[in-house]
Design a protein around this ligand. Structure first.
Ligand code: NAP
Ligand code: G3H
Length: 479
C-alpha cells in the first residue's frame, strides 16, 4: 500500500517533481524500501508559496463556519482511513500499530476541537477614556487576523498528529500552509494530505513539499514568502532555524530531558507505573519521555528494583506485535543511544538491565548510580535508556533539573502537595506534572518548552493565537 513513488501536492494537484529525483524511504524494522517521495526543487518551493498566497487571499474572506466545514470533512476522512494511515505510520516510523491508530484518531479529535475553538474565538473592544486624557468617543475594536502563509515543519515521531497540529490551526485562523514533513515521515504525511485533499479544500491552500531538510530546509525557512514558521524537531535544528529565519514569528517545539523527581514520600507503585510508561513507550522516542529519574537516596534501592521488575516484563520487538520497545528510527540513532550506555558503564554506572542490541533495536536499559560526568545524565537519548541519579534533597533535585540545557516538562512524585508546588515553582520547565508522567496531552492544554526546549506556545488555542496577529480599528465618534 505504501510502496511506489508518491507525488507531492501543489495547487490542488498531485505531481512528480521536475527534479526527476525521488527519496527512498526505508522502514526502520522491515529494513526495506517501502516507498519513495519526490525531492522537490527550489522552483517548486517558490511555486508552492506563490499558490499559497493566492489561495490565502480568498480564504481570509471565507467564514469560520465554512472553513470548519472543510476541516470536519478532513477529520472524518482521517477516521475513515485510520487503518490505512496507521499501517503507513507503523511501517515508516516503526510505531506500534495500536499507537499509530490512536495517533490518527487523536488527530481527528484535535482537528474537531480546533474548529470549535476557532469558532468561539472573540475579539475585544477598549474604551479610550480608561487612559488619562482619553475620550470615551474613541473605541478600539481588537480582532485577530491571519498572518498569511504558514510554514509547517514536523518531526518523524508523530508524522500525522504533529503535522495536523500545525495545519488545522493555521487554516482555521485564515492562513494558507506550506507543509514540509520529516523525510522519514513523508509517506505518512502524504497519506494525511490525501485525506485532506478528499475534503475538497480550495486549491493552493495546503501544499505538501517533500525533500530533505539539508537540501531545501534553509531555502524554505529563509523564503520571503513565508509569514510564520511552526517547527517541531530537534534542538540543534531548531537553533539553526532561529538563526536562518527572516523576521517572521517563530514557534519552536524542541527536545527535552524531562526528569521524574521521586521524593522519599512518593507512592512508589504509582511512580513506577508512570515512569515506565513515560520512559519506554515507543522506545522513548517522544519529546516528553521521562529521560532521567532523580530519586531520593532513601527510596532509591526499592524504586530501582521495582523498575527492573517492570522493565523485564516490557514487550520488545516488532511494532506489528504492538511491542512497547521497538527498533529505533535508524542505525545512527541506535548507535547514539548505545554510545550513551557504553559511556555511562565505562564511567562507573551500574547496569541493572538491558545493554543488549539487535541492529537498531535497543533493549530497555536501566542504569543506576549515574553521575554528572556521564553523557546520559544530560543528553536527550530519544531511545529506551533510563538513568537513575540519586539525590539527597529536593534542593539537589531542583538544581540538577535546572542545570540541564532543556526545559520541556518534569514529573514530581510525592504525597505532599505543598512540597510538590514548592519544587514546581523552582524548576525551569514549561509544564510540571504532579504524580503523572510527562506528556503533551490533552491537546487543548498549552504546551511549551523553555530554554533549549523551545520558544512560543502550542496547544490548540495558543496555536491559533500564534498564527494570527491583533488588528486594531479605532472608531472616533462625534462627541
Ligand atoms: P529533526 O532532525 O530536527 O527534524 C525535524 C524536521 O526539521 C524534519 O522535517 C527535518 O527534515 C527538518 N529539517 C532538518 N534540517 C532543516 C533545515 N535546515 N531547515 C528546515 N528544516 C529542517 O528532528 P527529528 O529527528 O525528526 O525529531 C526528533 C526530535 O524532535 C527530538 O529531539 C524530539 O525531542 C523533538 N520533538 C520535539 C517535540 C516538542 O513538541 N517539543 C515533539 C516531537 C519531537 P528532514 O527529515 O528532511 O531532515
Ligand atoms: O514527541 C513529542 C510529542 O509532542 C509528545 O506527545 O506526550 O502525547 O507523546 P505525547
Amino acid at each position: 500500500m505504501t510502496s511506489g513513488v508518491h507525488k507531492f501536492y501543489i495547487n490542488g494537484e498531485w505531481k512528480n517533481s521536475e527534479s526527476g529525483h525521488t527519496i527512498a524511504i526505508k522502514s526502520p524494522y522491515l529494513h526495506q524500501v517501502i516507498g519513495e517521495v519526490q525531492a522537490v526543487t527550489k522552483a517548486e518551493v517558490d511555486e508552492a508559496i506563490q499558490y499559497a498566497h493566492e489561495a490565502q487571499a480568498k480564504w481570509a474572506d471565507v467564514s469560520l463556519q465554512e472553513r470548519g466545514s472543510y476541516l470536519y470533512k478532513w477529520a472524518d476522512e482521517l477516521v475513515h482511513m485510520q487503518d490505512e494511515i496507521a499501517e503507513v505510520i507503523m511501517k515508516e516510523v516503526g510505531k506500534a500499530y495500536n499507537d499509530a491508530k490512536k495517533e490518527v484518531v487523536r488527530t481527528a479529535d484535535f482537528i474537531r476541537y480546533t474548529i470549535e475553538e476557532a469558532e468561539h474565538t472573540q475579539g475585544e473592544s477598549m474604551r479610550g477614556d480608561s487612559f488619562p486624557g482619553g475620550s470615551k468617543s474613541k473605541i478600539a475594536i481588537v480582532e485577530r487576523v491571519p498572518l498569511g502563509v504558514v510554514l509547517a515543519i514536523s518531526p518523524f515521531n508523530y508524522p500525522v498528529n504533529l503535522s495536523a497540529a500545525k495545519i488545522a490551526p493555521a487554516l482555521m485562523a485564515g492562513n494558507a500552509v506550506v507543509f514540509k514533513p520529516a523525510t522519514q515521515g513523508a509517506l505518512s504525511g502524504t497519506k494525511m494530505i490525501e485525506a485532506l485533499s478528499k475534503a475538497g479544500l480550495p486549491k493552493g491552500l495546503v501544499n505538501l513539499v517533500t525533500g530533505k531538510g539539508s537540501d531545501i530546509g534553509d531555502y524554505i525557512v529563509e523564503h520571503k514568502g513565508i509569514n510564520m514558521i511552526s517547527f517541531t524537531g530537534g534542538t540543534e535544528t531548531g537553533n539553526h532555524l532561529a538563526k536562518t529565519a527572516t523576521k517572521v514569528p517563530l514557534v519552536l517545539e524542541l527536545g527535552g530531558k524531562d526528569p521524574g523527581i521521586v521524593r522519599e514520600d512518593a507512592d512508589l507503585d504509582e511512580a513506577v507505573k508512570q515512569i515506565i510508561s513515560g520512559a519506554f513507550s515507543y522506545s522513548g522516542q517522544r519529546c516528553t519521555a521521562i529521560k532521567r529519574v532523580l530519586v531520593h537516596e532513601k527510596v532509591a534501592d526499592e524504586l530501582v528494583s521495582m523498575l527492573k521488575e517492570e522493565i523485564d516484563k516490557l514487550a520488545v520487538g516488532s511494532p506489528e506485535d504492538n511491542s512497547t520497545v521497538v527498533p529505533l528510527i535508524d542505525t545512527k540513532s541506535a548507535d547514539f543511544v548505545q554510545g550513551l550506555i557504553t559511556d555511562a558503564i565505562e564511567k562507573g554506572a551500574t547496569l541493572i538491565t538491558g545493554n543488549k542490541r539487535e541492529e537498531n533495536l535497543i533493549y530497555p536499559t536501566l542504569l543506576d548510580h549515574v553521575t554528572g560526568d556521564m553523557q546520559v545524565a544530560w543528553e536527550e537519548p530519544f531511545g529506551p535508556v533510563l538513568p537513575i541519579i540519586r539525590v539527597t534533597s529536593d534542593e539537589e533535585a531542583v538544581s540538577i533539573t535546572n542545570e540541564s540545557e532543556y526545559g520541556l516538562q518534569a514529573s514530581i512524585f510525592t504525597k505532599d502537595i505543598n512540597k510538590a508546588f514548592a519544587i514546581a515553582n523552582k524548576i525551569e520547565v514549561g509544564s510540571v506534572q504532579i504524580n503523572g508522567r510527562t506528556e503533551r496531552g490533552p491537546d487543548h492544554f498549552p504546551f511549551i518548552g523553555v530554554k533549549g526546549s523551545g520558544m512560543g506556545v502550542q496547544g490548540i488555542k495558543k496555536s491559533i493565537e500564534s498564527m494570527t496577529r491583533e488588528k486594531i480599528t479605532v472608531l472616533n465618534l462625534a462627541e
